[in-house]
Design a binder for this molecule. Sequence first.
Ligand SMILES: [Zn+2]
Ligand SMILES: [Zn+2]
Length: 347
Amino acid sequence: MNVFTITYWGVTGTLTTPLRAAEVTDKLVAALQWLIEHDRLADLRPGPDLEAKLRRRLEEELPFPLRSSYGGNTTCVEVQTPDALLILDCGSGFRELGMALAARWQSKDAQRIAHVLVTHAHIDHICAMPYFLPYYDPNNHFSIYGSPEALHSLSALFDPQSELSRRYFPPTFEQMKALKEFRPILPGSAFKIGSTHIRTHALTHPGGCLAYRLENAGRVFVFATDHEQVEAPDRGLMEFARDADLFYTEGQYTRGEYEGRENIGASPALPRYGWGHSSVEACVCTAVAAGVRELHLGHRDPARSDEDIARLEAFLRQRLREELGRAGRAEDSCRARVVHEGLVVRC
Ligand SMILES: [Zn+2]
Ligand SMILES: [Zn+2]
């Protein structure tokens, strides 16, 4: 039985990346061209049900990158457990989650409690901290968990006594009345939120980063973003993600891009060793070695267009088939996808 409901509010890596105006036009042209070439417009006529018919046709038939986008918000993932609301990271997607929560929590019986688990303080993972509406309502209750270094970085930015407060963001913790508690968490530690058991693991990333493993009623969700796998499989991550039902990690590059043999979209080819990110090939190798049942890749490189990501997803699935074959495992024993903003999954 599924116990976690996971909503991806932001899955872009490094920098918030809105669609450019020219990309919107390109999508419209490509979508219309596809519909005309497949003769999927000629039977439609103006009328009260035209919009519903068009919407259904687009959603059911048009390839994803033509009708939508993987999204440009940086990392924020909502996890509803049987008895707690957890939020992983406060990238720009956190702002949109905040608007949704403010609306949800209008209801009289709303609990108004959530736990924010920060992986690290790089700007793409905390940039929406002060733009989260529910922090400003004293009736809400938030606890923030993170490594001592990550919590220290947040204090440096938002503690009203800090020299840097108000320098990068106007508000301070003083205005965020709903922030009630800060919980330092060390790598390799274990704790509980409600009925969910949580363990952490130190990832390889400049400045450090924490991965979180959530377990409840036999279901396991592992969230491991911003990590450079310097061996494949990555033995530490493999043990940490062992037998997970869902393993979210980041494959920002292909091996060719990581090694500097291939460019990423318009971004030139250059070696990316030590930048703290992994190749898709390494992610697949570690996921198969760990025996996970589903692999989700996020933290997409901002230089990649939606079309590029769709190609990367096809490459991911091809590599997974090959790796499962090498391991002598059935093709359907593990699935993989590149996640997009707005995606909701249960595990
Ligand atoms: Zn990042
Ligand atoms: Zn980072």
